[in-house]
Ligand binder design. Structure first.
Ligand code: DGL
Length: 260
């Protein structure tokens, strides 16, 4: 594969971002790394995630990536600055869509669903201070949800149980915009919407990330040259990842093991 774009996440949540990247940039190749050996990231210490982010960025660069997308809010919060400092490649990082949500809310109350680590990060605090100081932010950590989506699937009773606990109270609290602040959550966007009044807006950042990647590639004269190829690698068990890919992505993809 010639100069792909390297994309990574703790697991297969980043495929929700990849879907948007491929829709916008069909003439690119993508190399996706799922760090499933260390899933979930959401409960791990920041120092560990920073180290892991650096190792993965280096591995993707070593395999010829021309740009990097950190398709994980948790990894962005912990490692984006360190990765940017360590590489010359263009880096696109994700953060919860607090800014668009603060612009959309009419009632002045937004819900943010994300991992514990994301919500406790300095980066998230700054995001809220800079863009949502005038609204009420109901930040809801969802421990266990990303793992349940991967292990049991979006329609499972385990996922439903988590959503009942994490999402349903946002309605009583009056949120009229809900941010999917973890890349796993778009896999259950419908189930989340079903637990909220019909007029509640749900904010996902996939398309904004794709536009940002396109801008960076264009600025670096790196656009195009691929053929829509997609390769997947994991630090965990490829057979398990292949099964999860079928459940979430809807079609099989070859998955190889990387010892990193
Ligand atoms: N998909 C990740 C995110 O966007 C993290 C899920 C996890 O591993 O806890 O935050």
């Amino acid at each position: 594969m010639k100069s792909p774009i390297g994309v990574f996440d703790s697991g297969l949540g980043g495929l929700t971002v990849l879907r948007a990247l491929r829709a916008r940039l069909p003439a690119e190749d993508f190399l996706y790394f799922a760090d499933t050996r260390f899933l979930p990231y959401g409960d791990r210490p920041e120092a560990f995630l920073k180290e892991r982010g650096l190792v993965i960025a280096e591995a993707l660069a070593a395999r010829g990536a021309k740009a990097l997308v950190i398709a994980c809010n948790t990894a962005t919060a912990a490692a984006a600055e360190a990765i940017r400092a360590a590489t010359d490649l263009p880096v696109v990082a994700l953060e919860p869509g607090v800014k668009p949500a603060a612009a959309l809310t009419r009632r002045g109350i937004i819900g943010v669903l994300a991992t514990t680590r994301t919500l406790e990060s300095e980066r998230f605090r700054r995001l809220v201070d800079n863009h949502a100081h005038h609204v009420r932010v109901l930040a809801r950590a969802c421990p266990g949800l990303a793992e349940a989506i991967e292990a049991h699937g979006p329609g499972s009773e385990q996922v439903a149980g988590h959503l009942d606990v994490f999402v349903t109270p946002l309605t009583a609290a009056g949120a009229d915009v809900v941010v999917l602040g973890c890349t796993h959550y778009p896999w259950v966007a419908q189930a989340i919407a079903a637990r909220l009044p019909a007029d509640v807006r749900i904010v996902d950042t996939g398309e904004a990330v794709a536009r940002q990647l396109e801008r960076l590639l264009a600025a670096g004269q790196l656009l195009g040259g691929g053929g829509g190829r997609l390769a997947v690698a994991t630090s965990g068990a490829p057979a398990t990842v292949r099964e999860t890919v079928i459940r979430l992505w809807g079609e099989p993809l070859p998955v190889e093991f990387w010892e990193i």
